[in-house]
Design a protein around this ligand. Structure first.
Ligand code: DGL
Length: 220
């Protein structure tokens, strides 16, 4: 089993980590498109063009499926209706596998928040109150390898104070860079459940992998 994934940088490693934990026997191809990072400040049509380019490249590399390692590119792909020819696992859609209720906040890149994609996914599963907050600078600090210290604390406080005031029961980490800052984010949002869609998408892929690889009754 060969699984492809990509992101604008190292964010998608949080998805890769969850996949390797569940499917250690698979082979992985990970593309970090650092040359064109960040994606979150670009217009959607540019993000879609880049995403389709990388999806074609991964297909040329012979992957059996592609797992989204980037919420922003996943948001752009929602408008792409053609068949990719191989299974594509959407990280944004996987949020529906979490039992979220009450007031939910979503933090993501500028483009993801602007697309409203999480808001509609959450509304589809019955969440009635969704607050969105773009935290674009988190991407830059993670790319710099800075995940703690005074500067990150100040950025987190700036972005997350309105989120805390909204008083949600859960906050969706709607960008794959954000799990790298989980401790800092949690310290600004004490007692609030941080929902990481990297875990739910990896769970869905691993269940499907079992189906592909489990012997049929006739084989046993
Ligand atoms: N890590 C990406 C995401 O999940 C993109 C971050 C960026 O390049 O702005 O949205």
């Amino acid at each position: 089993m060969k699984i492809g994934l990509f992101d604008s940088g190292i964010g998608g490693l949080s998805v890769l980590y969850e996949l390797v934990k569940r499917i250690p026997s698979a082979r992985y191809i990970y593309i970090a498109d650092t040359f064109r990072a960040p994606y979150g400040t670009k217009p959607m049509e540019d993000i879609l063009r880049i995403s389709l380019e990388i999806l074609s490249f991964l297909k040329l590399k012979g992957v059996d499926c592609i797992v989204s390692g980037c919420n922003t590119s996943d948001a752009s792909l929602q408008s792409f209706k053609s068949d990719l020819g191989i299974p594509y696992y959407s990280i944004v859609k996987s949020v529906a596998f979490n039992e979220l209720q009450g007031k939910v906040a979503v933090i993501g890149t500028e483009a993801t928040v602007k697309s409203g994609i999480y808001k509609s996914q959450l509304e589809n599963i019955g969440v009635t109150s969704v607050f969105q907050r773009s935290c674009q600078l988190f991407v830059a600090v993670v790319e710099e390898g800075i995940t703690k210290g005074k500067m990150v604390d100040a950025i987190a406080k700036f972005y997350l104070t309105p989120v805390r005031r909204y008083n949600p029961s859960s906050v969706v980490l709607g960008c794959t860079h954000f799990p790298h800052l989980k401790r800092v984010i949690q310290s600004q949002l004490p007692g609030i459940f941080l929902c990481d869609p990297a875990k739910s998408v990896a769970e869905i892929v691993s269940r499907d992998c079992l189906l592909y690889t489990s012997p049929s009754p006739r084989d046993s």
